[in-house]
Design a binder for this molecule. Structure first.
Ligand code: FES
Ligand code: FES
Length: 194
C-alpha cells in the first residue's frame, strides 16, 4: 500500500549466547548502537564511530567486525560475541560467571590491559587474529601471499600488523604483543615466528 507508513522491522539477535527480541528496530541502527543503547550490553565501546579505532570490534560468526560500521538488522541469524561472551564462546566452563578466555587471562598476566575504551576491542581482535593466522590468511607483512592452507607463524610483525586496526592512543602496545604470543604458543598451532 503506497501510503501506509513503513514499520520498523522486528529483529532477533543472538548475543553472547542469549537471544534478544528487538521490536521496531530502526533499520539504520548500527550493531554497536543496538548492543549498547537497546540491549545495554556495553562490552563493545564507541571510540570513533567511523571504523578507525577498533574499540567496537565484536565477532560475528567468529569473524571480527567493526560493529560501528554494520547494521544490526543485517546480523539476524548470526552469532554475535562481545568481549563479555568470549569465555563461553571459547569453550570455558561457564558455571563460573567470572571465567576468562585465555586471551583475557594473558592480558592480565602480561599487564596488557589498557584503558576501558580500547582494551575490549583489542582482546576481541586478538582472539580473531589467532583464528585468521591458523586458517592461513595472509596479512600485509606475510612473505607468501598465496593461500597455502597452512597456519601463518605469528611473528611480532605479524601480530602488530594484524592488530593495527585497534588503536591505543597512548601507544602502549608492547605487552599486548606478549600476551598474544603466549596464547598462540599455548595453542601450539601457528606459533614459531620471531
Ligand atoms: S568505534 Fe568502531 S572503529 Fe571506532
Ligand atoms: S590505553 Fe586505551 S587508548 Fe591508550
Amino acid at each position: 500500500m503506497p501510503n501506509e507508513p513503513r514499520r520498523a522491522p522486528d529483529v532477533v539477535l543472538a548475543v553472547d549466547g542469549a537471544r534478544h527480541q528487538l521490536d521496531a528496530l530502526d533499520a539504520h541502527t548500527t550493531l554497536l548502537d543496538c548492543l549498547r543503547d537497546r540491549l545495554h550490553l556495553t562490552g563493545a565501546k564507541k571510540g570513533c564511530g567511523h571504523g578507525q579505532c577498533g574499540a567496537c570490534t565484536v565477532l560475528v560468526d567468529g569473524a571480527r567486525v567493526l560493529s560501528c560500521l554494520t547494521l544490526a538488522v543485517m546480523q539476524e541469524g548470526r552469532q554475535i560475541t562481545t568481549v563479555a561472551g568470549l569465555a563461553a564462546a571459547g569453550g570455558a566452563i561457564c558455571a563460573d560467571p567470572d571465567a576468562l578466555h585465555p586471551m583475557q587471562a594473558a592480558f592480565i598476566a602480561h599487564d596488557a590491559f589498557q584503558c576501558g575504551y580500547c582494551t575490549p576491542g583489542q582482546i576481541v581482535s586478538a582472539v580473531a587474529v589467532l583464528d585468521e593466522a591458523r586458517r592461513g590468511d595472509a596479512s600485509y607483512v606475510t612473505a607468501d601471499l598465496r593461500p597455502s592452507g597452512r597456519p601463518v607463524p605469528l611473528s611480532d610483525d605479524e601480530i602488530r600488523e594484524r592488530m593495527s586496526g585497534n588503536l591505543c592512543r597512548c601507544g602502549a602496545y608492547a605487552n599486548i604483543v606478549a600476551a598474544i604470543r603466549e596464547v598462540d604458543a599455548a595453542s601450539g598451532v601457528a606459533g614459531g615466528g620471531t
